[in-house]
Write a protein that binds this ligand. Sequence first.
Ligand code: ADP
Ligand code: MG
Length: 266
Amino acid sequence: MVSEKPQQSVAPNPAEPLLTVRGLQKRFGSHEVIKNIDLEVSPGSVTFLIGPSGGGKSTVLRCMNFLETPSAGEITFAGERLCHTEKGRLHRASDAVLRRARAQMPMVFQHFNLFAHRTALENVIEGPILVLGRPREQAVADGRELLRRVGLLERADAYPAQLSGGQKQRVAIARAVAMEPRLILFDEPTSALDPELVAGVLDTIRSLADENRTMVVVSHEMAFARRLADRVHFVADGVIAESGSPDEIFDAPKNERLKQFIRSIL
Ligand code: ADP
Ligand code: MG
């Protein structure tokens, strides 16, 4: 995506984190999946979550935008508290606040999650029309422009089944960007793709970073993380076992588990 105009959305006070997570916990039944996670996301930054499968990366992302309800902890997004814990009980913000937060923090999934019976363009314009209340003509014009920027304008009327995995993922990214998000969450956006389709999707994500968009990315693409990340968190067994700059994490890891992880994926 080529940036043609400066993009939107920095928090009113750039020193203030856009997203703050404190003491996050998540249990499924008796299974304590997230034990205690703290993190902050600065406006305009790219944060990577890396770590072994089953360590809790997806669950952290899903708690951030309330696809999952945390068991405990405090999440603040764009100056609004989405939840906090008091006397051992989780208090959630109103549904209206959570809905707004979710709309401003869309997620791009490993398996695209496009509407199968809608065209690429219809997938992109649905949120702007239904959630943002955009007039249809404007949503269509904006949606076509977004599809052009991800290189898919000529596929605007194709259905997901007619697109490659890489094309589907670029539609999903255009759909997220169409929501004028403050933050975009990516959960292994290239893990389901054939190897030759990965680069196109990574290029699209990189162009979003070039626009200074704020993103949290779960990915096993370590070279990509290294180039793009401002901050990397190593998530294992439901905690952040180590955090740092890409150089710190990849060149000078301290945590044994992280050292092992890096060896295993290189
Ligand atoms: P990662 O994304 O790092 O691979 P996940 O967050 O998907 O890890 O999963 C962490 C742990 O939580 C795993 O043991 C997984 O089986 C469990 N888990 C995730 N979602 C659910 C769920 N909806 N119900 C029960 N257990 C879950
Ligand atoms: Mg996952």
